[in-house]
Design a protein around this ligand. Structure first.
Ligand SMILES: [Fe+2]
Length: 436
């Protein structure tokens, strides 16, 4: 638009410095006006044709530069999104439970984008429930916070199944001041869907008005799709884990029916093994492996004749040979069950001793898995502490002294230390024999 004389132009708005002529050129990018280049002069008829051509060509150059910058920004954001998803996948690869996943996701998003608050909700019946939160809000709203799906932006997204952006929450028709702190000005809420059902929400808040652009929405939606896939995987994993736990419980019952004494022994050894693993700071996966293996470690005794198993006093050489096969028998039963941990191998090694004097293979030192070295100690301690048909139980201090004598020779010194600490300092006691 060229205005040769502003006083004759009804659309002219007088600013602080009055201009008499003005020339304004739009900055066009692919047919869209993204800005304007405006020139003003104090005199009437201030812009010659040459002047106007000059301003127009400058505007064209500015538009190209603007387009490049926008394109560059778009590509940069896209790359960032890909990197984020990749990071999420890497960081959460080892996380097995949905809770761990939720926490990992919100923390990474908050950290990466510097958002004021990132929350992850699941839909539970008629409510949305906060499962993990990161950022400023984390101090004031805690996982477990609930809100009805009839209310707020969160509810609106559940009902419409669509992403919602509130550029200014103070003017938003859906906004209710439940889940937010005073400083939140804009909000982006994305549904997490599984088979077209909204199962959760990813809610991001910012202190800035208008904080969420197309790229943010794209990124949040990509993350939401990824979460949905991961949740499905976590659900399947939990199912598998339950199935395996049932299998383990069933096998333990088989032992119980045949040999109630061994069943009780396994439960108590499992309690001590798990406590030692905990004391030694083993990661959760390995702790669980120790516990499960302990719960089944004498399963192979079902292959040992009952009269040998229950015989009071010392066993003959032939009988001993039977007994010594039980780790193999247990291994044979367990080896094909797809436990996520090497339960069968731990069971196979639970009678091995550090100096190679154990059975069935006479493994030494580090050849024996740490989990099996833990189980070995727990097994011996429990056996000595409990009553046998042919002898009364040993006193605890006697048992611990015996353990100390074998430390470094028969038993892993670190395991022995952890076990002694549990009994002497932390008051560990076996669950009572009658408890299930
Ligand atoms: Fe055993």
């Amino acid at each position: 638009i060229y205005v040769p004389d502003t006083e004759k132009e009804p659309r002219y708005l007088r600013g602080k410095v009055a201009s008499r002529s003005e020339f304004c050129v739009p900055l066009m990018v692919r047919g869209e006006v993204l800005g304007a280049l405006n020139a003003e002069k104090e005199e009437v008829n201030g812009f010659s044709e040459t002047d106007r051509e000059l301003v127009e060509s400058m505007a064209a150059i500015a538009a190209i530069a603007l387009e490049n910058a926008i394109q560059f920004e778009r590509e940069r954001k896209m790359l960032e999104q890909l990197k984020l998803i990749n990071d999420l996948a890497l960081r959460t690869a080892a996380l097995r439970t949905p809770e761990e996943l939720y926490r990992g996701v919100v923390e990474l998003i908050a950290q990466r984008f510097g958002y004021h608050s990132v929350g992850l909700f699941t839909v539970e019946g008629e409510e949305v429930v906060l499962r993990a939160i990161a950022g400023d809000l984390a101090g004031s709203v805690h996982p477990g916070f609930r809100q009805s799906i009839d209310t707020g932006i969160l509810g609106h997204v559940v009902r419409t199944k669509r992403t919602y952006v509130a550029p200014d929450v103070t003017k938003d028709p859906y906004f209710v001041p439940g889940y937010k702190v005073e400083k939140t000005l804009s909000e982006l809420c994305v549904p997490i869907k599984a088979r077209d059902q909204v199962i959760g929400l990813l809610d991001i808040q910012s202190r800035e008005p208008n904080a969420f652009g197309e790229a943010d929405v794209d990124a949040a939606e990509a993350i939401s799709r990824w979460i949905s896939v991961e949740l499905e995987k976590a659900k399947l994993y939990a199912q598998l884990k339950r199935a395996l736990e049932n299998t383990a419980a069933t096998l333990a019952r088989v032992v119980e029916i045949r040999d109630p004494y061994t069943a009780g022994h396994q439960r108590r050894v499992a309690a001590l093994s798990a406590a030692i693993a905990e004391e030694m700071g083993l990661p959760p996966e390995r702790k669980e492996a120790v516990r499960l293996a302990a719960l089944l470690h004498d399963l192979g005794k079902i292959a040992v004749p009952a009269e040998v198993l229950n015989k009071p006093g010392r066993l003959e050489e032939l009988e001993m040979r039977f007994v010594r096969k039980h780790p193999w028998a247990g291994f044979e039963v367990l080896k094909d069950i797809p436990f996520p941990y090497p339960v069968a191998d731990i069971v196979l090694q639970h009678h091995e001793r550090l100096d190679g004097s154990g059975y069935p293979r006479g493994l030494k030192g580090e050849e024996i898995m740490l989990e099996a070295r833990i189980l070995a100690v727990a097994d011996v301690v429990e056996a000595m502490c409990s009553h046998r048909p042919y002898r009364p139980p040993h006193r605890l201090e006697e048992v611990l002294a015996e353990l100390e004598r074998g430390k470094g020779r028969l038993y892993d010194p670190r395991v022995v230390e952890a076990c002694l600490k549990l009994f002497r300092e932390k008051g560990f006691r076996f669950p009572s024999p009658s408890s299930p």
